[in-house]
Ligand binder design. Structure first.
Ligand code: HEC
Ligand code: HEC
Length: 194
């Protein structure tokens, strides 16, 4: 696919995660509950009319607990995948993994960091929301395919549209990332972006 995509995506997705440029697992919040342990907020009855009633908003504590638990669950998978590619972290992802269509030339270890810090954190999702975790290469889940489209959108905006505005503050390129729109999964409360 386009070279630009392979070059750009990691940089764009990594913004905001610059403090952890290593590919080791993200720091784990202490004793987070199992990923599924956080119950939705007490079930209020559906709002009258309109399309599907939105669940009641989570409290700040509930949101934090949910995010912590998803982050901890991702860290477990990151460790697992990193162990499975030990010694090959710096080889191109396209050679190490089976089904890379966009990020072929990104180092394999860095791809995993992008998955965790850029994509997972940015959308507030767990690895298992997009992947069959016993077969990472599988495109079975629709969300993984949507995510690929989204990566293309982010890339086009960063490579083609934003540069028309000229450099940003301090001469740095202007970029957006998953987090810009998805707000770590919080956007869905008020707008339609999940
Ligand atoms: C929002 C969806 C999404 C989430 C969440 C996500 N991924 Fe991915 N993942 C993708 C997409 C899309 C690709 C394919 C990228 C490409 O084609 O360049 C991919 C590719 C991969 C691959 C390469 C598999 C192969 O053999 O081709 C691995 C390994 C992987 N992801 C691990 C993870 C891990 C570990 C996590 C959690 C820390 C994670 N992913 C979270 C969407 C996601
Ligand atoms: C410019 C804003 C924007 C950016 C940046 C963006 N998205 Fe999206 N995303 C959207 C919109 C809009 C939708 C559709 C929302 C709807 O249908 O209500 C969407 C939907 C999705 C969905 C399908 C809904 C779901 O939860 O299954 C996934 C997955 C997704 N985005 C992943 C990503 C990933 C991964 C990135 C970063 C590579 C990203 N998005 C960057 C705006 C954005």
């Amino acid at each position: 696919m386009r070279i630009a995509t392979t070059l750009l995506i990691p940089a764009a997705l990594m913004i905001g995660a610059s403090c952890s440029s290593s590919t080791s697992a993200a720091p784990k919040p202490a004793a987070a509950p199992a990923p599924t342990a956080v119950a939705p907020a007490a079930g209020a009855p559906a709002a009258a009319g309109g399309r599907g009633a939105a669940p009641p908003p989570l409290t700040l504590e509930q949101r934090t607990a949910r995010a912590d638990s998803i982050t901890a669950a991702r860290a477990v998978y990151v460790k697992q995948v990193m162990a499975s590619i030990a010694g090959k972290e710096n080889l191109p992802a396209g050679e190490v993994f089976k089904n890379i269509q966009l990020m072929k030339s990104v180092p394999a270890g860095q791809l995993v960091t992008v998955m965790d810090q850029g994509i997972g954190r940015g959308t507030g999702k767990g690895c298992n929301d997009c992947h069959i975790t016993t077969d990472w290469a599988s495109d079975t889940l629709a969300r993984k395919k949507t995510a690929r489209t989204m990566m293309g959108i982010v890339n086009d905006i960063n490579m083609t549209l934003l540069p028309k505005m000229g450099p940003g503050r301090g001469g740095a390129p202007r970029t957006i990332q998953c987090l810009t729109c998805h707000r770590g999964g919080q956007a869905g409360r008020n707008v339609t972006i999940p």
